[in-house]
Design a protein around this ligand. Structure first.
Ligand code: ADP
Ligand code: MG
Length: 702
């Protein structure tokens, strides 16, 4: 009988020869508890014995790696009493001296005749090449041309050759493994067999074999995850009846007619796609992605109005109070001229009623809003997660929009959905994420991309001043823009420690600018610690053009929409992430006039520099998202919100884009022919390894 992954997961690593309590602990430190963990602890790289750099060819000042044998080892103490171990190694082409400070145990480890991989920077000492405190990886008695090198624990008391030995035994014990991928797809995608893949990734005959093995195992990871996501999507569709919304009512056309601009092609496409979902029998579950300023709000409001025109209510949930307030104000303004028929009023018409609910809403307002939601007189509710509290009950919730920017969890989305009887859900993200990454974070949703900005936008000219002279250009541009009748933002440094300190430093900066730089201009301050009333007053004045320069913290990150603002200075910009800088910059360039963004900051780390350079180079959110993924790695983008993510050990959303697409296609093909995987029991078993019982029950219930 072929082995299942589940069986290997049930086997503790201590069954392996040589894994005593001490080694068991070291393995545990590397998060290797079971035989499956060990088999999925993949080599970090491979050494090809025949393709090694020779000592002769090492260059001073450069990182090098050689495979060599220890010829002589000598331990002693320096005059200062530090331990010093000097090791001479030889590889046939030449000798290299390796010097270890404060690692007296190296004398015992690196005995004469031992073979190992030595890597580190090469320097010159007294005319000879040497390495100081190089990394060492003992090869042991492994034979074969290709040697796998494993990631090791910090304490490094597990050598890669020991891991190799354990893995070898684990592979022997595993024997023939179950292959959950139907042969048809294996052939189609040119994927090798699973058992062969496990053997070859740990002990490849050639580097090509290792590549083929990697591709197969990476595909398996992606397939497990995509299968889970696709099943989740289909289960939700199966479970719910949904509302057949009326999409040809009067409200949406009235709304579009009231806008001072025509919809963009992308907006029209998005609205049509959403309408189709809304009219359909299944509840919508759609992600709306769009770059900053692409005009997502109009699309969201259109969806909410579809609910309203059919006698349902809409809810809009934002991740922060500031955002909720912004959206509320914006939506009120957008809906100002839209009337709804109401036979209870004298004129048989009334404005669409929008209310705001956050934790700051006073008790009296809260009671009034709760009542209005219950009797149906509130058409739309905007708010934070306060919408999820028990007291919030709708008469008939029809459409839910969640503006989330990765901030809400699957459970919270579900909780809001639970406020109605299978309402349609639109999730919006203002931070573009690459398509492949989106498939992981939002793989259970359909996707719409607003890939076109409203016309008349010119890209914001972005500068990262190198030096004080260029920096002064930033401050003078603020002045010239204000003199030309425009407005400016100055964004104060991000201080992670506390909002209070951040507010303090913004206040200081505000005082400095007012006293020393722009005594003659109208300045105002905006930060998160101010009372809502005061913030609103400042924003209203800024919108009305009564303020020239708004000195603010990141509270203005999203949602603020003042087309007359044409210049932004971001201080200590290297402290911000790319997504945040992109959002901030999106506050300018919203009108017809040319806009500027100055990113002041030293770029003290290479990453900080790369971020600022990227911002200077492009205004395309999707391109920036790719750079971000590149710089930060995928873990941070994907987060740990969804189970199964940790299963991605080999697959990379950057390098394996095609594989991600293929896995998604195969997952759809399998699930749509076999919704609870009855005909694919091995795949079902592996999917169940990734999810908890509750979800399994939901997904596998037919
Ligand atoms: P997003 O939320 O996608 O960042 P918004 O919905 O805030 O973008 O829209 C950005 C700005 O563009 C707003 O001022 C909005 O009124 C304006 N806008 C939206 N759609 C259009 C359009 N079709 N033509 C011109 N301006 C538009
Ligand atoms: Mg529907």
């Amino acid at each position: 009988m072929a082995r299942k992954l589940r069986q290997l997961e049930a086997l503790d690593v201590d069954v392996l020869t040589g894994v005593g309590p001490k080694k068991r602990e070291s393995l545990s430190e590397m998060e290797i508890e079971t035989v499956l963990d060990l088999l999925t602890h993949y080599p970090r790289r491979y050494i090809d014995r025949t393709q090694q750099t020779e000592i002769r060819d090492l260059q001073a000042g450069v990182e090098g790696m050689v495979l060599a044998r220890v010829k002589r080892t000598q331990g002693r103490r320096t005059r200062q009493g530090r331990s010093l171990v000097e090791v001479d190694i030889f590889d046939g082409s030449g000798y290299l001296k390796c010097t270890f400070f404060n690692q007296p145990w190296r004398a015992k480890q690196l005995k004469e005749g031992v073979e190992g991989i030595f890597f580190g920077k090469v320097d010159m000492y007294k005319g000879r090449k040497q390495m100081t405190n190089p990394g060492v990886d003992l090869v042991g008695d492994r034979t074969g041309r290709i040697i796998p090198v494993y990631p090791q624990s910090q304490k490094a008391d597990l050598m890669t050759w020991e891991l190799s030995k354990f893995v070898e035994e684990a592979l022997d014990r595993a024997g023939e493994m179950v292959d959950p991928l139907p042969e048809q797809f294996r052939d189609e995608l040119d994927l090798v067999d699973r058992t062969w893949a496990f053997r070859s990734i740990h002990g490849p005959e050639t580097l090509n074999a290792a590549q083929a093995a990697r591709k197969r195992l990476a595909f398996d990871e992606l397939l497990r995850l995509q299968t889970t996501l696709v099943m989740r999507k289909r289960a939700v569709e199966r479970e719910s009846r949904g509302i057949n919304h009326v999409i040809d009512g009067p409200l949406v056309p009235a709304f579009h007619a009231s806008l001072p601009f025509p919809l963009t092609g992308a907006q029209q496409r998005a609205i049509a796609e959403i309408d189709k979902d809304l009219a359909g029998p299944h509840p919508m579950h759609r992600l709306l992605q769009g770059d900053v300023g692409a005009g997502k709000t109009v699309v969201a409001v259109s969806a909410l109005l579809v609910a309203v025109q059919g006698g349902f209510q809409g809810a809009f949930m934002a991740p922060t109070e500031v955002l909720a307030e912004q959206h509320f104000l914006g939506m009120r303004q957008l809906l100002g001229g839209v009337m709804i028929t109401d036979d209870n009023t004298l004129f048989a018409e009334r404005p669409v009623r929008v209310e705001l609910l956050t934790n700051r809403t006073g008790a009296a307002d809260r009671t009034r809003i709760h009542a209005g939601l219950l009797d149906g007189s509130v058409d739309m509710l905007v708010g934070t997660h306060a919408l999820l509290t028990e007291a919030v009950e709708f008469r008939a919730l029809g459409v839910v929009v969640i503006d989330e920017q990765h901030r809400f969890g699957v459970e919270q989305r579900a909780a809001l959905r639970g406020k109605g009887d299978d309402p349609d859900v639109l999730v919006m993200t203002a931070t573009p994420i690459p398509r492949t990454a989106a498939m992981h974070v939002y793989g259970d949703l359909d996707m719409t991309v607003l890939d076109e900005l409203p016309p008349g936008r010119t890209p914001v000219t972005t500068r990262w001043p190198r030096g004080p002279l260029e920096e002064s250009e930033a401050w003078s541009t603020v002045r010239t823009e204000v003199e030309a009748g425009h407005q400016a933002y100055v964004v104060c440094p991000l201080i992670e420690e506390s909002e209070k300190i951040q507010a303090r430093s913004a206040t200081d900066e505000f005082d400095r600018l007012r006293a020393e730089v722009y005594p003659d201009l109208r300045l105002a301050l905006l930060h998160g610690q101010m009372a809502a009333k005061d913030k609103e007053a400042v924003m209203t004045a800024f919108r009305a053009g009564e303020i020239d320069v708004l000195v603010a913290t990141t509270v203005i990150e999203v949602g603020v929409d003042v087309p007359n603002a044409t210049v932004m200075v971001v201080e200590d910009a290297d402290r911000f992430g790319i997504a945040q800088l992109h959002q901030l910059r999106g506050r300018v360039g919203r009108g017809a006039a040319h806009s500027y963004c100055f990113l002041i900051g030293e770029g003290s780390t290479p990453e900080g520099q790369a971020r600022l350079e990227a911002m200077e180079r492009t205004t395309d959110g999707f391109e920036l998202a790719e750079v971000d993924l590149e710089l930060r790695g995928e873990g941070t983008i994907l987060g740990t919100r969804q189970k199964g993510r940790s299963d991605l050990k080999l697959a990379s959303l950057r390098r394996d884009k095609d594989l991600v697409m293929e896995a998604r296609r195969v997952a759809f093909a399998i699930v749509d022919s076999d919704q609870t995987l009855d005909k694919h029991p091995d795949l079902a078993d592996e999917v169940q390894l990734l999810i908890d019982e509750e979800e399994a029950e939901f997904l596998f219930k037919s």
